[in-house]
Design a protein around this ligand. Sequence first.
Ligand SMILES: Cc1cc2nc3c(=O)[nH]c(=O)nc-3n(C[C@H](O)[C@H](O)[C@H](O)COP(=O)(O)O)c2cc1C
Length: 182
Amino acid sequence: MEKNILILTGSPRNGGNTDKLANAFITGAQQAGHMTVKFTTADKHIKGCIDCQTCFSRDSACSIPDDFAKLAPLLEQADMVVFATPMYWFTFPAQLKAAIDKFYSFLIGKRPWKVKECALLVCGGGTDLKTYDGFVKSYKTMADFLNWKDSGVIIVPGLHDKDEILKTDGLKRAETFGKSIL
Ligand SMILES: Cc1cc2nc3c(=O)[nH]c(=O)nc-3n(C[C@H](O)[C@H](O)[C@H](O)COP(=O)(O)O)c2cc1C
């Protein structure tokens, strides 16, 4: 079945490791016949949630006028959400986290999601895979809470320079994973 896949990226480094990883996944997913939309949180302006509880009570998902207004319709149309991101301080970077915090508007505004599944693609500098455990746990807890099926996690460790992922099997793994989405 053709799916609408929303890829939310978290790196401010345009053309860096995460960007390449996201693109590899997209290549595979498109080959498998899916529609993909990539949304780069780092070049948008999304402020933190202020828990005003007025989500969807006016014209937009969030009462704070920012770029979440562009993301909310994409979330409403998505069947799958893929988080493609560097690990910052053992978790999501602030720009992506601000967008995720505003997922709250769908709960408060009682908006139905079509999203049924998700995936996590992570780049990191560290080579000890144990240091990624907290991040993966946080992602999986969120997926469980939202009732989204976790379709997979790809971790590409040991990346510092912008192109370093080219020396790894990360892109191949992400493309194969994209192709495997049913
Ligand atoms: C602010 C900041 C925090 C980081 N924190 C971590 C970390 O906690 N663990 C880790 O392994 N790498 C960390 N890194 C390294 C990045 O995750 C890594 O270099 C990644 O490949 C960058 O991806 P990009 O090229 O897509 O920006 C951090 C980098 C920055 C800039």
